[in-house]
Design a protein around this ligand. Structure first.
Ligand code: DC
Length: 225
């Protein structure tokens, strides 16, 4: 059986996860938040107390279980949604995500999930590395101000106290780090469509991707695939 996939990449807080979640719900696909896997890895590395700057300190990933249920990540049976939003996780996740062994391991896990399920996956390297053959690929951007405001609203739900300025600084710092890392940086795939969510609403972005995806699938069935 052929499984379908939608790849959504973009910088921090560009609206990817809200759009991806909504799409997954509409399509009854599994939503895979790959950023949550890098965050959970960071959380575990901090808990164990390994040297975060050592790319080979992450062998614990070989015995770590990642499961997505109802759009949320469970690591070793623990729901990571709130833990992943901790400041020390946000402060260190870009460093952890820059290590080749970490990326190779998590990319393999993500590809395995997509081999056995219909997925909407979001991250930084989904269209370029993880799901090069995704049915449709999108790259979402938005101004730093719009993104920081969105993140502030989201974090309020978890009772975390950040100011708008702190969030703007965090977003800019992670954008720089994620786009300039050597291995699989944040980059728009050649065949990805650009969406600026400072210009259109999240709802419009969902409708746009949904329609494009549906017409792609229809085209495939007309061709007898
Ligand atoms: O989407 P997010 O902000 O939760 O992602 C957290 C960090 O993980 C982000 O700063 C970069 C990294 N990341 C990555 O390198 N590759 C991905 N596919 C997803 C996230």
């Amino acid at each position: 059986m052929k499984y379908h996939s939608i790849a959504i990449d973009g910088p921090a807080a560009s609206g990817k996860s809200t759009v991806a979640k909504e799409l997954a719900k509409k399509l009854d696909y599994i939503y895979i938040d790959t950023g949550a896997m890098y965050r959970a890895t960071t959380y575990k590395a901090l808990s164990i107390g390994v040297d975060l700057s050592n790319p080979y300190a992450y062998s614990f990933l070989d015995t770590t279980e990642f499961v997505f249920k109802f759009g949320e990540l469970f690591m070793d049976g623990v729901n990571m949604t709130v833990l992943n939003r901790r400041k020390e996780v946000s402060d260190n996740v870009s460093l952890v995500a820059s290590h080749v062994p970490v990326r190779n391991k998590l990319v393999m896990l993500q590809q395995n999930i997509a081999k056995q399920n219909n997925v909407v996956m979001d991250g930084r390297d989904i269209g370029t590395v993880v799901l090069k053959n995704a049915d449709v690929k999108y790259f979402m951007v938005a101004s730093v101000e719009v993104r920081a405001e969105r993140r502030l609203e989201e974090l309020k739900k978890y009772g975390t106290n950040f100011t708008l300025h702190e969030l703007m600084d965090d977003i800019k710092r992670r954008d720089d780090y994620d786009s300039s890392r050597e291995y699989n940086p944040l980059k728009q795939a050649n065949d990805a469509i650009l969406i600026d969510t400072s210009e259109i609403s999240i709802k419009e972005a969902v409708a746009l991707i949904y329609n494009k995806f549906k017409s792609k699938l229809k085209g495939e069935s007309y061709n007898g695939n």
